[in-house]
Design a binder for this molecule. Structure first.
Ligand code: ADP
Length: 487
């Protein structure tokens, strides 16, 4: 199959969250199965540092919104993979910026123009490639206009006649809702402003367009794919999603074990496996020293909990904020790595002064420190309000770091409670989004941790699990085939 994978972020070129991880690893897994898959993303400012050797494929294309440059990372030098070509769409007005979506002040106000341009440019690029995909795999609202454009503006162009689309919802919390004047300003078909297309409470909604106009839709876990059909999790689109229920699927994300593997990880103090857990303890000590947590007087024996997250309400950090003192009193240390809402920056910073010996917060995006935290912590906390898939718990498994999670979305699909299922348990799970529920899961984890034999048994077991892309990539290939057949 010939697949074009389109995404606003792709690891390691540009990353904000899990979307980048998926875009950087699923295509590689599909290529290994013999599919001809290529990736396209915008050329942000920081791309220059990551991909120095770019070849210009074309710099003559013009559309109503500006000129398009198409560049390609030299295949044998591409960090991505030798078998996966990656193209960059260049337009300095829209993409030559430090950030991908937003600055501290908020979203870039011209995001609707930037991502309309990106979607159009992707389709125009195909005029120049001498390669046509059977399917375009679109991801989140930034590329949701690709299926819309194919069925409106580009519908009579024979070049695109045979191309079908799938649309993956990585997070329904970000839909791309904009003023209706945008439609006119970017030159989209006026008929799209209607209730059965992109109209949304007097505005336009890019994600709604993606859901309605693509051949198949999926989200990144089976549970989340069911949750979003309900008003509680549907973010106002549950009704639209229900109209497409028979085309909606859930495929759990995988992890790239070339990037996440304690046996080979270059960023951690000691490489280790399930048979050398003493070396994991060295990683813990190194992390605690790095974070200036107290390691003397048995400090190293205190369970260490990690959080690596966007600091957004979705992630349930209000619970952490309110329960922090109790978490520490229950006998654990806590490290947070994250950036996001100003509110959380402020409160966690303040608390780190107050609880100096037991709590550290790192308000930045830092991939290297993330590796050290996954390896050095004993437990990993994800009290999310909703979680489409969640990668943190899957990475933690690989590093023998036991997740404590709320039972929602992908967390419900991947973490089994250790006390409910003594033999098969892989973490500590709580259901209701409340401080007490979260605290009791943490306390259960701490209790288990004090029983070294039991703890090490759990640690070894979680490290044996396979959350690589192998299975999920096969499911995507099947979904692509179904989309092509049903077109
Ligand atoms: P989401 O996509 O909602 O942000 P996921 O759990 O799916 O959440 O993916 C988050 C990814 O981003 C993980 O790979 C996590 O390790 C990484 N990450 C999040 N915040 C940071 C940060 N501040 N520094 C480094 N990595 C981070």
């Amino acid at each position: 199959m010939k697949i074009l994978f389109v995404s606003a972020e792709v690891y390691p070129y540009a990353k904000v969250g899990g979307l980048a991880d998926v875009a950087g690893s699923l295509p590689k897994a599909l290529a290994k199965f013999g599919h001809d898959i290529r990736v396209v993303m915008p050329k942000y400012k920081k791309i220059e540092d990551k991909a120095r050797d770019l070849t210009v494929i074309d710099d003559t294309l013009e559309i109503n919104m500006g000129s398009i440059g198409i560049l390609e990372a030299k295949i044998n030098k591409s960090i991505m993979n030798q078998n996966v070509p990656i193209y960059f769409i260049e337009n300095n007005q829209y993409f030559y910026r430090d950030q991908i979506y937003r600055t501290k002040e908020g979203d870039y106000p011209d995001n609707p123009y930037r991502f309309t341009f990106f979607s159009r440019a992707i389709l125009k690029m195909l005029e120049k490639l001498e390669w046509l995909p059977d399917i375009i795999h679109c991801n989140d609202y930034h590329t949701a206009l690709v299926p819309v454009l194919l069925k409106t503006e580009f519908k009579d162009n024979p070049l695109y006649k045979k191309i079908t689309t799938i649309f993956t919802i990585h997070n329904l919390g970000y839909q791309g809702i904009f003023s209706k004047v945008v439609l006119d300003e970017v030159g989209l078909d006026k008929s799209l402003y209607s209730i059965d297309k992109m109209e949304y409470w007097g505005k336009i909604n890019f994600m709604k367009g993606g859901i309605i106009f693509s051949e198949k839709i999926n989200t990144v876990s089976p549970t989340y794919s069911r949750e979003i059909l309900t008003p509680e999790y549907g973010n106002g689109l549950d009704g639209v999603l229900r109209t497409r229920e028979k085309d909606l699927f859930g495929i759990i994300n995988g992890i790239d074990y070339e990037q996440w593997n304690p046996e080979t990880d270059p960023f951690i103090k000691k490489n280790y496996s399930k048979n050398s857990l003493k070396r994991k303890l060295k990683c813990k000590k190194d992390l605690m020293i790095d974070q200036a947590l107290k390691t003397s007087h048995l400090g190293i024996k205190v369970p260490l909990i990690g959080i690596i997250s966007r600091l957004a309400d979705q992630k349930g950090l209000d619970l952490v904020e309110k329960a922090l003192e109790k978490i520490i009193n229950s006998g654990a240390n806590l490290i947070i790595l994250g950036t996001g809402d100003a509110h959380y920056h402020e409160v966690f910073q303040k608390m780190s002064y107050r609880f100096k010996e037991n709590f550290r917060v790192n308000l930045k995006f830092d991939s290297e420190l993330a590796h050290k935290i996954y390896a050095g912590c004993d437990m990993f906390l994800m009290p999310s309000k909703f979680e489409p898939c969640g990668l943190g718990q899957l990475i933690s498994f690989k590093y023998g770091t036991i997740p404590i999670v709320r039972r929602t979305g992908g967390l419900a699909d991947t973490v089994i409670d250790c006390d409910e299922h003594i033999e098969t348990g892989t973490g500590f799970v709580f259901k209701e989004q409340s401080i007490n529920n979260m605290l009791s899961a943490i306390e259960r984890a701490i209790l288990a941790y004090r029983d070294k034999k039991r703890w090490n048994r759990i640690v070894r077991k979680v490290m044996e699990q396979d959350f690589s892309w192998n299975n999920s990539a096969k499911e995507y290939a099947k979904l692509y085939s179904e989309a092509i057949i049903s077109r």
